[in-house]
Design a protein around this ligand. Structure first.
Ligand SMILES: Nc1ncnc2c1ncn2[C@@H]1O[C@H](COP(=O)(O)OP(=O)(O)OP(=O)(O)O)[C@@H](O)[C@H]1O
Length: 304
């Protein structure tokens, strides 16, 4: 019902293929991060889903329907694409009221979403006096107005302060827990790692990955062990005998791939090498993402 289905979706602009035979699903009940370098096709995919643009071929549907087939689309899909979209001369409340009335949404929803977006105190201020972060909150309030089952958010943390970022992270999680489908594009890997359960990664309009956050990190990064020791020379020689290479990470920290901390600890103890610190290094989403983009270098950078 709330599932997004992208099938063989292609959009060409002249000789540029912005989206290239994309096929993937976005499922309810989890937050899906939508990643890819500049020009990878994320915004185009979202615009095609929202009927703001037409595919050259293929389909993008929500619960089996094209966006343009919905009589009351805001009841089904909420989107935040451009936080500057609100009329600057209107108050936040009037902006939402106009949207509610023109989409046959009960006006009581306006105060509910203002509250949920943490904007109740700013409801009667004109939009032109808002910071980018406030505009983002207003955009999110607008997306929630029809209580939709599907949310498409393009860079929602843009302009938000640290408190706002934590707020949006918790909101996304709540929306997913309520059984909604949440698709969030971002360039911020640290943020996405905290926000998303699942990832869809594009490169030059093609699908590069569609998997859980954990599987993605496991598949595209190498586990490392980091340590401090008073005797790196003997440790290096010991590891070399095992076919492993000690790497200087600076500041007295050393790393090695291919041996977990627990085994390395036993090995160092057997050899009488003092270890001051020893831990498995958790690979980050950023490392995995860079690993994937290195594997697919031909797909990742936007055309000049
Ligand atoms: N209306 C358009 N006319 C011509 N080319 C377009 C149009 N919209 C997008 N493109 C091109 O399509 C490609 C994909 O762009 P898109 O904005 O979808 O990427 P993106 O992944 O959202 O990038 P970003 O991370 O920078 O927002 C780019 O090469 C872009 O220049």
């Amino acid at each position: 019902m709330n599932e997004i289905e992208i099938r063989e979706l292609t959009r060409e602009y002249g000789t540029t293929r912005a989206v290239d035979h994309l096929t993937f699903d976005v499922l309810p009940g989890r937050v899906t991060g939508f990643l890819g370098p500049n020009g990878a096709g994320k915004s185009t995919t979202m615009r095609l889903l929202l009927g703001l643009d037409r595919p050259t071929s293929g389909t993008a549907t929500i619960g089996g329907h094209r966006y343009t087939d919905f009589t009351d689309p805001l009841y089904h899909v909420g989107a935040l694409l451009d936080a500057q979209a609100a009329h600057g001369g209107r108050t936040a409340r009037d902006h939402l009221l106009a949207l509610a009335v023109s989409n046959r949404i009960p006006t009581r929803r306006v105060d509910e979403v203002l509250e949920r977006a943490g904007m109740a105190a700013a409801a009667r201020r004109r939009v032109k006096t808002f910071s980018l972060g406030m505009r983002q909150r207003l955009g999110i309030a607008a997306a929630l107005l029809g209580d939709p089952g599907v949310l498409l958010l393009d860079e929602p943390t843009n302009g938000l302060d640290p408190e706002g970022i934590i707020w949006i992270r918790e909101l996304m999680r709540e929306l997913a827990t309520e059984g909604r489908t949440v698709l969030v594009s971002s360039h911020l890997m640290g943020e996405t790692a905290l926000l998303a359960d699942h990832l869809v990664v594009l490169g030059r309009g093609k699908l590069l990955a569609d998997m859980s956050m954990k599987d993605f990190i496991d598949a595209h990064s190498t586990a490392r062990t980091r340590m401090r020791t008073t005797d790196p020379i003997r440790l290096r020689a010991t590891l070399a005998r095992e076919g492993l290479e000690l790497v200087d990470a600076g500041d007295g920290v050393w790393t090695v791939e291919g041996i977990p901390a627990v085994q390395l600890g036993s090995l160092a103890a057997r050899e009488g090498i003092p270890m001051l610190e020893l831990a498995d290094e958790r690979p980050s989403l950023e490392q995995a993402y860079l690993g994937l983009t290195a594997e697919h270098a031909q797909f990742t950078s936007a055309r000049p």
